[in-house]
Design a protein around this ligand. Structure first.
Ligand code: PEP
Length: 257
């Protein structure tokens, strides 16, 4: 059984005091929570403090670079994050791809570097609206998934979490239908099976992201291959985020689906 991971991506939001308050509220919710994992991907300057304050949460970075040290102004390396006690990171979020020019090759390099330093990367893939309209969603996702795993050995692949985030659903209020999400998640799992076999593909979590909120979380999380959610907007509000965590706890996939 894959445990749900409910992860908030705070992006470039919240000043330090606001972030600390939010982290404390979520940490409180996470104490003694055995059924699901709860994570927050916070702005880099807050990583150390948030991870010290939040022992029951996964506290991760929103980005990572592939080099270790050197003349790469503004970048943060795997060893630097490890020295802060951080072992989770997002990679290839669509905002990184669209606004900062990250390519599939960059995403693979970051994933390889993160895995070499024993991180648990959450790697984002997703199609744009025009790609969906042209019915090329599965081709695009297939290419992104194969490239992200390029030259990654099986024993490392199991540490990867994939987040399917249709670009047109991020921050727009539009969400994939549960059936559309499930179709893509099942396809991603099939590709991972073809690359690494069933045992590993059964282990890899595939999160859905794109305007997840308390009102739609249950219908998405109930789908067989949806193993959690990556949440932007709704993760900035403690009631909404905690409500989605509570929803995840209430779903038992051993019954039915
Ligand atoms: C995200 O940024 O990863 C995301 C899914 O954002 P939102 O939930 O706001 O669509």
């Amino acid at each position: 059984m894959r445990k749900f991971l409910i992860a908030g991506n705070w992006k470039m939001n919240k000043n330090y005091d606001e972030a600390l308050q939010l982290a404390r509220a979520i940490q409180q919710r996470a104490v003694n929570e055995k059924k699901i994992n709860i994570g927050v991907f916070v702005p880099a300057p807050y990583l150390r403090e948030m991870s010290l304050e939040s022992p029951d949460l996964i506290v991760g970075a929103q980005n990572i670079y592939w080099e270790q040290y050197g003349a790469f102004t503004g970048e943060i390396s795997p060893p630097m994050l490890r020295s802060l006690g951080i072992s989770w990171t997002l990679i290839g979020h669509s905002e990184r791809r669209a606004l900062f020019g990250e390519t599939d090759e960059d995403v693979n390099r970051k994933t390889v570097a993160a895995l070499k330093h024993c991180f648990f990367p959450i790697v984002c893939v997703g199609e744009t609206l025009s790609q969906r309209e042209k019915k090329t969603t599965l081709d695009i996702i297939g290419k992104q998934v194969k490239e992200l795993f390029y030259e990654i050995p099986a024993d490392m692949a199991r540490s990867v979490t994939v987040a399917y985030e249709p670009v047109w659903a991020i921050g727009t209020g539009k969400t994939a239908t549960p059936d559309d999400a499930e179709e893509v998640h099942a396809y991603i799992r099939m590709i991972i099976t073809s690359l690494y076999g069933r045992e590993i593909s059964d282990e890899v979590r595939i999160l859905y992201g794109g305007s997840v909120k308390p009102s739609n979380a249950a219908s998405l999380l109930k789908m067989r291959n949806v193993d959690g959610a990556l949440i932007g907007g709704a993760s900035l509000n403690k009631e909404d985020f905690i409500s989605i965590c509570d929803t995840a706890v209430s779903i038992d996939k051993r019954e039915g689906k």
